[in-house]
Design a protein around this ligand. Sequence first.
Ligand code: GDP
Ligand code: IMO
Ligand code: MG
Length: 433
Amino acid sequence: MPSLAVIGLQWGDEGKGKIIDYLAQGFDLVARYQGGPNAGHTVQYKDLRFIFHQVPSGIINPQTLCVIGAGCVIDLATLKTELSQLKDAKVDYQGRLYIDSKAHLILPYHKAIDEAREAFRTGEKIGTTLKGIGPCYEDKYARIGIRFGDLRNEELFSSKLKKNLAQKNFLLMELYNQEPLSEKKIIDEYLGYAQEFKSYMADVSELVNTAYEQGKKILFEGAQGTLLDIDFGTYPYVTASSPHAGGICTGLGIGPKRIDEILGVAKAYTTRVGNGPFPTELFDETGRILQAEGAEFGATTGRARRCGWLDAVLLRYAVKVNNVKKIIITKLDVLDRLAELKICEAYLTKKAGVVKKISIDLLSDAEVTDLEPVYLKLQGWQKTTQGARKFSELPYEARVYLETIEKLVDCEIVAVSVGKERNDIILKNSFNW
Ligand code: GDP
Ligand code: IMO
Ligand code: MG
């Protein structure tokens, strides 16, 4: 099986980074296909701990080539910091990291607009990561974006930047009442990056396709999650890219038949950082326990993540849009303390009674008041699961919890993560990567 995708099935932060790092041990190439530094992927192996925003999460595996596709957006300042952290930790990434010259650059004005716009919004803030993601993708689709490859030509870069900055400064000053950004400062900074990062520039589509033809093992690393997808997520409370499996093709320039298997990753419960509907959100002591036990703070922004029960209705939806048959459940250990567990198996709606399936566009703020989760109650295990390395070592109630998820979402759970560290994982025999 040459290629495998790892996709978040919820609102991000499912533990994709950990799973990618684990899997990367057996892969030749790890490719990010969408998103940018809004991602925060935590990897922990022995005394190494990183939160990757730009760099693919396979990088600490010395044999992997890591690539960032054209569908991603790049903040070179973040990349610089991340590379220096890797260097400090003596991780040798030289010759193992490539970025598509067609990937769009996040420029200081994108971040300034993201911040100004969020501040300007009254009542309906998205709660973005303020990393400039939306404004950067907007420019891409408005056909005024500046791409990584534009840094090859200093004059071209400077002239594009000048044109854009004139418009952006107008917006910042006239609409958002902000200070204008300095053209010289940005140009100087980015022409410095042009030198620093030119050796990372590549045609990633060509690189990935060739690797595939050579039978190399390729891992596609999803960022964010299906419910944050620009089209198939809980719009408008979504990100600006396509985290779902379809994004792999458009983000990397490969054909759909080159995605051989798709693995979905879901937490044993649900979290969401930022605003937007969340039917199973808990505001009580259980929610606080999940938040504390799961250390649920955003890896990118440090914001406390909202916590709630597992939502099998939304999980079934995410499984369908990605065509997932196999899933990994992470953070099972976070539930260890709870005496009783709940899984949302349906919604009770005023209009249609009990429904097991909903259209994602109905999960808007207005409709969410008409959606009451119908819960299946299960017994907790109240024992530690962290040291378990086989399914048979899990408490009986934990196995029942997992089997219930399998039935509710009609997928096989091929692995369960029971701790932060790379090897805190239980694999089924059918996990053959
Ligand atoms: P990602 O964005 O999907 O890569 O996930 P994040 O890294 O943002 O968030 C997952 C958090 O949970 C990180 O702090 C991980 O170290 C941690 N984590 C991952 N898997 C497990 C697990 O099985 N148990 C526990 N307790 N923590 C985990
Ligand atoms: P990883 O890859 C969780 C959320 C933000 C906000 C919305 C839009 O670590 O799972 P954006 O800055 O993208 O315009 O914000 O999306 N968001 C994430 N939430 N994990 C992420 O990435 C996220 N990336 C963006 O909180 O609600
Ligand atoms: Mg994250």
